[in-house]
Design a protein around this ligand. Sequence first.
Ligand code: BGP
Length: 475
Amino acid sequence: MQYEKLKPFPKNFLWGASTSAYQVEGAWDADGKGKSVIDMMDHPEGTAGFTVASDHYHRYKEDIRLFHELGLKAYRFSIAWTRIFPDGAGEVNEKGLALYEKLIDELLHYGIEPIVTLYHFDLPYALEEKGGWGNRETIDAFIKYACVLFDRLGKKVSYWLTINEQNTLILHPGAVGIPKGGKLPSKKDLYQQNHHMLVAQGKVMALCHEMCPHAQIGPALNMTSMYQATSKPEDAIAAHNWETIRGWSFLDLAIHGRYNRLLWSYLENRNWQPMVEEGDLVAIQKGNPDFIAINYYSTATIAESTGDASDVSPRAGDQQIMLGEPGVYRAEENPYVDKTKYGWVIDPVGLRLTLRKVYERYNLPIIITENGIGAPDELNEDGTIHDDYRIDFIKSHLEQIQWALTDGVEVLGYCPWAAIDVVSTHQGYGKRYGFIYVNRGELDILDLKRIRKDSFFWYKRVIESNGVDGLFHNY
Ligand code: BGP
């Protein structure tokens, strides 16, 4: 659809940026912090681990000053569960909680809205040892943890996110990593974990509404659109299969509290369906999210499955690189789009499409909580970092958001990944995403100095002008 004029970004649009605790904080065992599954993970040889990360734990004041200079209206970050409950449950670690109290105060001092993720991949290892999300006790631990946060931070936080990318955790657990010597869980186990997370999420959302009536809460999923490879009807069925299994089924549960029928048939047919206890679905239904947060990076192109092992691509998959599944779909190349150095499809129009589809299906406002391009940015001798590819990437995605706004989609905010350089989930420090460069090498920590990239100055202009300057022909 074309329009004569695009709608402007809303006046109170949340221009933001994102990070997550384990990727930015460092100080992995400071002030009583317990170990998380991330701390116990194997890292690819020669890549940075998460022990120091970007040292935000010690430098958050300096970082927030820079976020203010950048003009951020919102900062999306996560709380490390193991700082609050080192063993996942038990006694509150006051020193850990103090960090987030101070960090939130600092943000509010500069007028930056905190958007807080309760759980971003870093499950306490003590809970993992007892079966992790496969054990229903983790549901209670999550509720207790959330209750402490709502009680102690609730007055100051207006936007909460429950679980970051539950669909990545379930569909691509290898991308997030597994503890040393561990094995990937079976699909049956994963869908049981998924069910428990949904019950926990439903209960936590209801608790938030009860304890923090002024606040809003929603799930944060990795959403995308699937293109059918050709006009062959069977390709369309395959694209629909995968779009449902990868995206809709998660949102249908989080928003409507019901198992998508296509997903349930797929699970039943393979004997992967979870055990659902009495009251579970009611608990999920009572969650009633206020908005949907989506992380968007790429789209995928899908063809009919041939039904045998040749459906599965031999390359390494991750949260964005689809691999194929016999009897469900086969991943194909899309000749109309480029890819990043890491093989992720660059598809800004796919963001408009995804926003339209999500909004049409659920009619809830949307916050984009991740979107960005990873690259090995280079620090020049004169102290500059020319990341024009990042400007192009974010600019083209913002333009498509404006198209989506004009299509009638309610988009509350945009928080690209990442506010500052962080350790990549599975590819170390060389794959950078931030507007702010952190002077460290893959293994060499260096001085961790913060340096503004070209994208910093560009994004600042965009924010200052509420999306008028820096986009389209203006740039
Ligand atoms: C998302 C995760 C983020 C972040 C991002 C970039 O799936 O929610 O934590 O890591 O992907 O991915 P990567 O770091 O693998 O490049």
